[in-house]
Design a protein around this ligand. Structure first.
Ligand code: PLP
Length: 377
């Protein structure tokens, strides 16, 4: 029997690979057999498309832990979702509290509002690993929104959302679930979240170009994109009802077919969480590396970062690729705020992100490669 080749792709936080085989099959089925638009015509193709799109919306609703799937709107990715929510809200010149681990998908639209004099931005208190220091949260009266990245895309630290909700009272809470969704249980309604943004191509294992947001009260957000919805076409104003209010333009139907398949056929993880913990412990023992991960393994998502004593993050990433075929991501990972907090700016880190398709043997392969790289200067 042919020996299994190690799975050397460790860049799943950028985009997951491989995908469940049913994803490509579903995309191909749409492109070669089903065809048709969404919500535009009354033909059979359009009807079948609507069934799959609405099935995907319903399944996403259960992944998010919400019972109002109609409040879940598709976007092209988490970035478009973040821009829709942030740029569509009325902040009345108030304050926004953000975690120090925010991705630029949120930090940049917020910074643009700050520069326009529309908000003031303050950081939530946090421990050195980025975990929010809930006991010391203070929410000034003029706070309009709290923004939290559920799982850092730099060190994997995962925030305790239910506890944060308790600490901030009734202040609206926007959560970026781009890295966590599909990887850890999620309960938007139980945790009292107000807005969740997500992307389909990372932990959910769907195709790029898919994502969305959920809003508990969508009336608090004005649509960012205006245009055709196939509904109320006689009016030049956007429909008031959901999801049409936020879904102008033909959606990524091929991508949503793929995402629906990804949600229907989640793979069994080929490694245990204990294997991951062992890997982190072993890496920590290699003196040339510095590990960036959650202080408490219970708060650790399936990704982490390293810096090397003498190699830059780009050199480390290149050596792993050149010598061992190991694919990682070096630099700032679009999260300069997180690197500032962790003390890893401006060079950033070399990031390793796992997938359910990694077997223990793949983690061993990675560890051996790191040991060899540490020895050769
Ligand atoms: C934490 C986090 N938020 C948002 C995003 C943006 O996702 P997308 O590129 O799919 O819009 C990413 C992607 O890297 C991310 O890691």
């Amino acid at each position: 029997m042919k020996a299994r080749q190690p799975l050397t792709y460790f860049d799943n936080s950028a985009t997951s690979f491989p995908k469940p085989p049913q994803v490509a099959e579903a995309v191909t089925r749409y492109l070669t057999e089903v065809g048709g638009s969404y919500g535009r015509s009354a033909n059979k193709r359009c009807h079948e498309v609507a069934q799959v799109v609405e099935q995907c919306r319903d399944t996403l609703a259960s992944v998010l832990g919400i019972n109002d799937a109609g409040h879940l709107c598709f976007t092209a990715n988490a970035t478009q979702a973040a821009n829709t929510v942030i740029r569509g809200m009325d902040f009345s010149a108030g304050r926004v509290l953000i975690s120090p681990m925010e991705h630029n998908a949120l930090a940049r639209p917020l910074e643009a509002l700050r520069l326009a004099g529309k908000i003031q931005i303050d950081f939530l208190p946090a421990f050195p690993d980025g975990l929010i220091d809930v006991a010391n949260i203070c929410v000034p009266d003029d706070t309009r929104l709290v923004v939290v990245n559920h799982q850092s895309n730099v060190n994997g630290v995962t925030q305790p959302l239910a506890t944060i909700r308790q600490a901030i009272g009734s202040t609206p809470l926007l959560v970026d679930a781009s890295q966590s969704l599909g990887k850890v249980p999620f309960s938007a309604q139980v945790w009292g979240l107000d807005y969740v943004i997500f992307t389909g191509h990372k932990g959910l294992l769907g195709p790029t170009g898919t994502g969305g947001f959920w809003a508990r009260d969508p009336q608090t957000v004005e649509p960012l994109l205006l245009g055709g919805t196939g509904s109320n076409s006689e009016h030049l104003a956007m429909p008031e009802f959901l999801p049409d209010r936020f879904e102008a333009g033909t959606p990524n139907v091929a991508g949503i077919f793929g995402l629906e398949a990804a949600l229907s056929y989640p793979p069994e993880a080929l490694h245990h969480r204990d294997d991951f913990q062992e890997l982190l412990t072993a890496i920590q023992a290699i003196s040339d590396f510095r590990l960036y991960a959650a202080e408490d393994f219970n708060q650790q998502g399936s990704l982490f970062s390293l810096t090397h004593k003498s190699l830059t993050s780009a050199e480390l990433s290149w050596r792993l690729d050149d010598g061992f075929g190991i694919e990682t991501r070096a630099g700032l990972h679009c999260a300069p705020l997180a690197h500032r907090h962790l003390g890893t700016a401006p060079d950033g880190t070399c990031r390793f992100s796992l997938s359910p398709y990694h077997a223990k043997a793949d983690l061993d392969y990675l560890l051996n490669a790191l040991i060899k790289v540490a020895r050769t200067r």
